[in-house]
Design a protein around this ligand. Structure first.
Ligand code: ADP
Ligand code: ZN
Ligand code: ZN
Length: 724
């Protein structure tokens, strides 16, 4: 037998598959096996993408694999990985890396960690030595004392006592500890516990109807099965429908995947799945340690767990007999991966569901026009218990004094008086947007990017939000020496400060990447939940699917800031953000309201958001997109060329453009300069086309051609299919 093997190497030029002969030692090898193979003078890891009975190569040129890794993947995932590589203009190795066991890596790195490690146990002599230490270094003694509480993994001893492995070995030689190589118990990751608990309960009529459609979908023959979009207003009980759908799937002897946005940000949905299905669930997310991730993956692969919950990468969970893929909050931008391969988990989910005969169930209060247009819609038009959606008032930022409009101030004042809870959204972190010299007008910018530096007052730094460059807060202007420095524009840090004065003595919890860097998101959300009253203020992180029933006020500041971006998704984003934030308010018996501050209160996205009117907004949006041939009526592919010095990026973009302009049915926009970022000059092309596959193919071809031309050797290329 012959195995066709795709090498897992990052070299773009090296593409397989290459043939290897399977000898008797390799009887278990098939599609999805991960092999160590000789490759020229090296040995590399590779994935078997197909098997054949003969090869085009002469028999004497065929060699055998050296060994096979324990963790292989189901065959359908191999085709899924290869499809991703094609669809997103990446390499087979990068596509396949997505579906392999965590830690397998691409090529050179060492594969899969052993799941064994040293366990250290104190001997009786060791106990004795903790009381009467003799000839022991401080760290060795600390290690013995740590072990007095019970056996520990050697790595943990190193961490807590600072005594390294060699130190432990010396203690072993002296008979003070035993060291033993043992299997580690698989560690189940813990989720932060926030948000209202829920047990199984009686479904509302709307939930029942939706579930009936879902079960009909599960039972339908493959060719009749359609992807479903659960459009349910915020607080309508979508999660309960997902949970029942999973239950029905398991009852049919099949497995399920539940995709959620970043788990750290919204641990709630994942928590509910775990609560409902216990040990049958595996959680896969990036905050886990490598071993936890590997262990969870193994439970799925062996079928010990039948439900996988996780962010976008969980769409590649190694489950067999897949029956259902749920995509919760399908509008969430985190479903798109920003690095190569730039895949969209929603699209991959659709592909995988179709390929494996599973049902796709996506849900949200604010569907993307793409989903609205192409999926069969189920609706949950009301909140559970018939609670009203909060009234939304849109006011003009121009009437604000400082950051807050008088109406907003009054509403917060009322929250303080009545000891309630509010959530305030301002999508800008830091203290001030930028600094300038009052004397010579110098503005503080990033040396690597063409953007201004943001003041973070408590950290005592100004920093770049694009590359992380940071400097200490300037005391004087380096150009003219003036000490008079102006601060412009307020961010969440300053707003948090202002709110503390306003609602004193109620606590103010700030949630943004700065405050989360110290403690993680979980503890901040837990604190807000625990307090009987208070304000949660922060960036778009506060608008995610949190379910805090006692929030009575939602506020959005500078709501149309997102509309000022030159992007065809600006309206969709603004609408979703305002609707989602509004959805956090009034989930309990006290009801709630929402105030939105904007420069242009009459903007279409805001008008519809104020009425919670997805249908009206999406209808208008689809009309506009049809006219402009934007998704879902056309496909966009973005090509970004970059270079260290100005010039080559532009030339490269021109060259790619030249190769694409003649393509029928496609329009090429640009090259247009993008702002310099991380020290790289950038130029962008956008290809708009009706035909998807041929356009992707043509762009790939054009970019490969230009990239391999020495004339453009100074330039780098990034292709993004369906840019967000
Ligand atoms: P959504 O995801 O649609 O915004 P959730 O799933 O968070 O809404 O549900 C909102 C709240 O309603 C949750 O606290 C949930 O426990 C509760 N809930 C869901 N279904 C029911 C039901 N059938 N009866 C009573 N409460 C429910
Ligand atoms: Zn100056
Ligand atoms: Zn920068």
């Amino acid at each position: 037998m012959i195995a066709r093997v795709e090498p897992l190497t990052t070299a773009r030029a090296l593409r397989g598959p290459f043939d290897y002969r399977l000898g008797e030692a390799h009887t278990g090898v098939g599609v999805g096996s991960v092999l160590v193979v000789p490759f020229g003078r090296r040995r590399v890891l590779g994935v078997v993408t197909s098997v054949a009975s003969e090869s085009d190569l002469a028999p004497e040129r065929l060699v055998e694999p050296l060994s096979a890794l324990e963790a292989d993947v189901p065959a359908p995932l191999v085709s899924l990985g290869l499809w991703v590589a094609e669809e997103y203009c990446s390499t087979p190795a990068r596509g396949l890396a997505l579906v392999l066991a965590p830690g397998t890596g691409t090529g050179s790195g060492k594969p899969l960690r052993a799941r064994r490690s040293l366990l250290a146990t104190l001997t009786p002599a060791g106990h004795e030595a903790t009381e009467h230490p003799r000839r022991l270094g401080a760290r060795q003694l600390a290690a013995l004392r740590a072990l007095a509480g019970g056996p520990m993994r050697a790595a943990a001893v190193v961490r807590t006592a600072g005594c390294d492995h060699a130190g432990l070995r010396r203690l072993e030689e002296r008979g003070l500890v035993w060291l033993e190589d043992t299997a580690e118990p698989s560690r189940r990751p813990k989720l932060a516990e926030v948000g209202a608990r829920q047990g199984a309960r009686r479904l509302t009529a709307a939930q029942r109807d939706a579930l009936a459609e879902v079960t009909a979908g599960l039972d339908a023959p493959a060719h009749e099965r359609e992807p479903l979009l659960l459009h349910g207003v915020t607080g309508s009980g979508k999660t309960e429908v997902y949970l029942r759908a999973v239950e029905e799937t398991l009852a049919r002897g099949r497995s399920a995947i539940v995709l959620v946005p970043e788990i750290a940000l919204t641990p709630q949905t994942a928590g509910r799945v775990v609560e409902r299905f216990g040990d049958r669930v595996a959680v896969l997310h990036s905050a886990l340690t490598a071993r936890e991730r590997y262990d969870e993956w193994g439970r799925l692969r062996r079928g010990d767990a039948l439900v996988c919950v996780g962010p976008r990468s969980a769409v590649f969970a190694p489950l067999e007999k897949l029956g259902l893929i749920v995509v919760d909050e399908e509008h969430d931008p985190s479903y798109k991966q920003e690095g190569d391969p730039r895949y969209d988990a929603r699209r991959v989910a659709e592909r995988r569901a179709a390929q494996e005969g599973a049902l796709l169930l996506a849900g949200t209060a604010t569907p993307r026009p793409e989903a609205w247009h192409s999926m069969r819609r189920l609706s949950l038009p009301e909140r559970v218990d018939g609670r009203a959606l909060p009234a939304v008032e849109v006011v003009s930022s121009l009437e604000a004094t400082g950051a807050l409009h008088p109406r907003t101030r009054d509403a917060l004042e009322e929250v303080r008086r009545r000891e309630e809870k509010a959530i305030v959204l301002l999508n800008r972190r830091g203290w001030s947007n930028f600094l300038s010299c009052r004397t010579c007008a110098r503005a503080w910018g990033c040396p690597e990017c063409d953007v201004t530096l943001v003041l973070h007052r408590s950290a005592g730094r100004v920093s770049c939000h694009h590359c992380g460059h940071a400097e200490s807060v300037p005391g004087a202007c380096p150009d003219c020496g003036s000490v008079s420095i102006a601060r412009h524009g307020a961010g969440t840090e300053q707003l948090g400060d202002e709110l503390e004065d306003l609602v004193h003595p109620l606590p103010v919890v700030r949630l943004d990447t700065d405050s989360a860097a110290a403690t993680g998101v979980g503890p901040l959300l837990e604190r807000f939940e625990r307090e009987p009253a208070g304000v949660l203020v922060g960036t778009q992180m506060v608008a995610k699917g949190h379910d805090f029933p006692d929030v009575t006020l939602g506020v959005v500041l500078d709501a149309d800031a997102t509309l000022r971006f030159p992007d065809f998704r600006a309206e969709e984003r603004t609408f979703a953000l305002v609707c989602q934030l509004a959805g956090r308010s009034g989930r309990g018996p006290r009801g709630g309201k929402v105030i939105v501050q904007a420069l242009e209160p009459g903007a279409r996205a805001l008008r519809h958001a104020a009425l919670h009117d997805s249908e009206g907004f999406t209808a208008g949006e689809l009309e506009r997109r049809r006219a402009l041939r934007y998704p879902p009526f056309g496909n966009l592919i973005r090509v970004v060329c970059s270079a260290a010095e100005p010039g080559p990026e532009q030339a490269a973009a021109e060259a790619v453009r030249e190769r694409l302009v003649a393509m029928p049915g496609a329009t090429v926009l640009g090259p247009a300069p993008l702002f310099r970022r991380q020290g790289r000059e950038r130029s962008q092309l956008v290809v708009k086309a009706t035909e998807r596959a041929p356009t992707i193919e043509a762009v790939r071809h054009a970019v490969d051609e230009v990239a391999s031309d020495r004339t453009y050797g100074q330039a780098n290329f990034a292709v993004d299919v369906d840019p967000q």
